[in-house]
Design a protein around this ligand. Structure first.
Ligand SMILES: CC(=O)N[C@H]1[C@H]([C@H](O)[C@H](O)CO)O[C@](OP(=O)(O)OC[C@H]2O[C@@H](n3ccc(N)nc3=O)[C@H](O)[C@@H]2O)(C(=O)O)C[C@@H]1O
Length: 431
């Protein structure tokens, strides 16, 4: 358990009696806690991802730190191990494709619940009307990408064990609020949650709880009555650093930094990278080969990539090249990259495995940049994996990072920077 997970486990969910309109629900047998051998209620994770988004076009699948936005929460949901099914509800073909690549099932929703004016509740209710098997829905918002499986496990327990009907995420803030000055109504402001004569210090004040939009869990009956929050309600308090809400486009770069520092990168702990293996055609080059009259191969590469390679070497990360095609060694050596390479390799996994054993490394210490079907196994095994933006979909699916740059056009340099960023994360966790 890393330090962030440990603190998340100590987050304090506290139940509050419902106030105001939401009705109190009767616990029924179907949603019961499993006494007397009843079947475990079906808890479905549901990520709403419509195609039209206000600020950022196709926001839900835009790459954030190399991963499509929905990919971050899908990974957390999958690794939480508490859901009987994991769904993306969308009205868009491209989002459907990406959701399936990320391992989710897809509910194609109607245009009525995909409008700018449609609420999340409309879309969740529609999903439920098509899925009778689902008893509890965990609506996880892709716009909060720093979610961890441990958060979801805790909430599932609150619903299954403690009998809550609905649980939603909140974050604690220490913010002083002031009333609005409104022309003709009031021309002065008043403190709303502080006494200016006794301004509390941060450590003397518990702050206030705000919905942070990360997730909303609710039982079927509640949603069918038109509520996402109600019945026996509780909140789940998330750590402030995990609480990210991408609302407007200026939130995007902040979220990217946050996710690199505090996001969830999978079950296996990241290790320091010692070797980067890079496929030649389509990663080092753009895949084009020009053949001269005397059968000489001419390839092109990007100087940014050779800079990336020297930066990696300076950081003591060895770089090696591999290729399925018997490329011209003469052409490659004229690039003066001074890298060890193996060409004409039908089984890349066997070669990379040999290399890592020779260097005394485990797979977690190996990074792999590939773009083809023949790279799939290495991408899956490597501690860090990346593909250029124009890699084939099989390689993209197997990879943890999708570059913005194409192969032969800066992808190595970009992947190198991603490795350096993650190395900072590894090192800061070790301190
Ligand atoms: C559960 C709920 O009410 N969510 C609303 C949230 C929530 O109140 C805040 O996050 C709290 O901080 O606010 C909204 O949040 P937003 O518009 O960013 O939507 C959050 C995510 O849900 C998807 N979505 C939303 C509504 C809908 N009918 N279909 C969808 O696919 C979006 O694409 C996005 O990935 C808002 O800003 O108006 C609209 C959302 O509907």
């Amino acid at each position: 358990m890393d330090s962030s997970e440990k603190a998340a486990a100590t987050s304090s969910p506290r139940g509050r009696p419902p106030r105001g309109r939401p009705p109190k629900l009767q616990r029924n047998a179907r949603n019961g806690v499993g006494k007397g051998g009843e079947k475990t209620p079906h808890m479905a994770a549901l990520i709403l991802a419509r195609g039209g988004s206000k600020g950022i076009p196709l926001k839900n699948i835009k790459h954030l730190a190399g991963v499509p936005l929905i990919g971050w929460v899908l990974r957390a949901a999958q690794d939480a191990g508490v859901f009987q099914s994991i769904w993306v509800s969308t009205d868009h073909d491209e989002i459907e494709k990406v959701a399936k690549q990320c391992g989710a099932q897809v509910h194609r929703r109607s245009s009525e619940v995909s409008k700018d004016s449609s609420t999340s509740l409309d879309a969740i209710a529609e999903f439920l009307s098509y899925h009778n098997e689902v008893d509890i829905v965990g609506n996880i918002q892709a716009t909060s990408p720093c979610l961890h499986p441990s958060d979801l496990q805790k909430v599932a327990e609150m619903i299954r064990e403690d009998g809550y009907d609905s649980v939603f995420s909140v974050v604690r803030r220490h913010q002083f609020r002031w009333s609005e000055i409104q022309k003709g109504v009031s021309d002065v402001t008043e403190p709303l949650n502080l006494n200016p004569a006794k301004r509390p210090r941060r450590q003397d004040w518990d702050g206030e709880l705000y919905e942070n939009g990360s997730f909303y869990f609710a039982k079927r009956h509640l949603i069918e009555m038109g509520y996402l929050q109600g019945g026996k309600m509780a909140y789940y308090e998330m750590r402030a650093e995990h609480s990210v809400d991408i609302d407007v486009d200026i939130d995007w770069p902040i979220a990217e930094q946050r996710v690199l520092r505090y996001g969830y990168f999978g079950k296996e702990k990241l290790k320091e990278i010692k070797l980067l293996v890079c496929n030649i055609d389509g990663c080092l080059t753009n895949g084009h080969i020009y053949v001269s009259g005397n059968q000489e191969e001419i390839i092109s590469y990007d100087v940014r990539d050779s800079i990336g390679i020297s930066l990696l070497k300076k950081s003591n990360i060895e770089v090696r090249l591999i290729s399925e095609r018997p490329c011209s060694k003469q052409t490659l050596s004229s690039l003066k990259l001074d890298l060890r390479m193996e060409i004409g390799i039908s089984n890349k996994l066997a070669v990379v495995d040999e290399w890592r054993k020779e260097m005394g490394l485990c797979w977690k210490e190996v990074a792999y940049l590939g773009n083809e079907v023949s790279d799939e196994e290495c991408l899956k095994k490597a501690g860090m994996s990346g593909v250029p933006a124009d890699a084939c979909s099989i390689a993209q699916k197997a990879s943890g990072y999708i570059c913005k740059c194409n192969g032969g056009r800066g992808a190595i340099r970009e992947f190198a920077e991603h490795i350096f960023l993650l190395m900072e994360k590894v090192n800061s966790c070790q301190k």
